[in-house]
Design a protein. Sequence first.
Length: 328
Amino acid sequence: MKGEIVNIKPTRRSQQQGSTIGKELTLSLNKSDLEAMFNDFVKMIDASDNTVRTYSISLRQWFKYLQENNVSHPTPDTVLNYREYLRASGKKETTVQNYIIAVKQFFKWTEMRGIYPNIAQYVKGGKISKNFKKDYLTSSQAKKVLESIDRTSIEGKRNYAMLALMLTTGLRTIEVVRANAEDLRVAGDNTVLYVQGKGHHDKDDLVRVPEHVEAAIRQYLSARKCNDLTQPLFTSTSNRNKNGRMTTRSVRGIVKKIFRSIGLDSPRLTAHSTRHTAATLSLLNGATAIETQHLLRHKNLQTTEIYAHNIDQAKNPASQDVENALFN
């Protein structure tokens, strides 16, 4: 396992259960048996490699905090103090939340195993803003992006089909990279693309592919002479990886380059902005929050409702009323 976190080895003070959380146990902070304990924890959370990596980094920070403060008997207050320590050290609220989530999951596991009470159960994470880090494109900007792509080359056909797919279905870059030609299938009377979503191990979800986008994809595949349907849906055109699977980095770079080519050079406009664009334009053009939730495959409707909240705020006529009072 990459990285190193300090192992927690439980030592019982007494066989009797105390009335105060955690008082019957202490945590001996040492590096022995780390691999076995962390692997056992990972089995419980049954997470992806990226999540395991994130938890490893987060827990390493937590155990370092315990060491530096000589805490062998952490309590809920310890977790609260740790959260404030993270904020004071300049961590973003999203980072604070991720670190606290890791601690909460860890102590959920320690309680399940009878190692240590779940002292983090009622501790909240970071205060996440009801706004997204990335902006979205307006409908005219999205049209301009697609119209700017020269489709006379295979690379241009690929870029057009890929951007059109991302803008209409809200696919994440990792989902675009994972897609194979054989994942373009039929469901009912529609063409769909089966995708391996965030945190999934199989391609067990799907998005409906609009007719225009399907035509663009098939034109690209035909020009590429894609006869093997197990090949990636979109392939690299670089000399080093020609016809190989693209990386998320290369997809992000392509999207950013196209944005910049038409003057959309903002750090808040990235490949992920295409997902925000699909969601926002969906709501602006009459879709319900639930329909947009299904489009983006959000597990929680509250995530989708952030888009609706931002749209409502932008439409708020109150500032216009103030202007009329002041200047008319």
